[in-house]
Design a protein around this ligand. Sequence first.
Ligand SMILES: Cc1cc2nc3c(=O)[nH]c(=O)nc-3n(C[C@H](O)[C@H](O)[C@H](O)COP(=O)(O)O)c2cc1C
Length: 236
Amino acid sequence: MKPNLITTVAALFATLALAACGGGAKQQDPSCNQTQTQQTMELKPVTERVQMGAKTYVTPQPALMIATYDAEGTPNVMMAAWGGQCDGNKVCFCLSTHKTTDNLRLNQAFTLSYADARTIAESDYFGIESGNKTNKVAAAGFTATPSQNVKAPIIDQYPLAMECRVVEMRNDADGGAFVVGEIVGAVADPAILTPEGKIDIRKLNPVAWDAASLNYFTLGDSVGQAWHSGRAVMEK
Ligand SMILES: Cc1cc2nc3c(=O)[nH]c(=O)nc-3n(C[C@H](O)[C@H](O)[C@H](O)COP(=O)(O)O)c2cc1C
């Protein structure tokens, strides 16, 4: 992963920044009490705070699943946290040398889904094993259906897939690349939609990845409404 992406990408999960604990992590990880802790937290003056050094502290990050075809038409999927939305209809990533990176160069297309609590074991596996070694989709017991819009697979076990064509691929000297994809379509399972046909985030149940503890977290409750909660301050 490349350090510059942290400053380049407005993460898809920026709007979902209130990550809370879920699943098995709840019992083990002390940071799981963070919402409760924050309510009673008193901040020290800046002069009394801890000097953390010039490192990236962007967290949470999205747990995005990039699905591609190789030259033989075998579907592959990898996890990417260093990515997000970078325009109204565009997503971007910072990728190292991977089978996925090669597949993107080959087909100039991918689909993008979210890791969720239900698929966390398989999704993490897609982030630690390479498609250069094994057919990961088959090994995980997952299946794929060709996208109607781009030359890329849709992983059947993820309920939402954005279908993207590569519009920019800035290769780096190490074989990695900064990739920009234009979303040309999206396919959603009705099970994750509201009666009005919008994405229901509770049903999608995407996980966020915490770069500090290296845990995956599900989302907590809504604590405010965008472009609305701030009015209380305006009207003070
Ligand atoms: C939480 C997590 C986040 C990751 N984020 C990225 C990323 O943003 N960019 C990247 O190049 N690799 C990232 N990886 C590593 C790739 O997913 C991993 O190397 C994978 O095996 C590549 O698969 P492939 O060779 O089949 O394409 C991440 C892995 C994990 C577990």
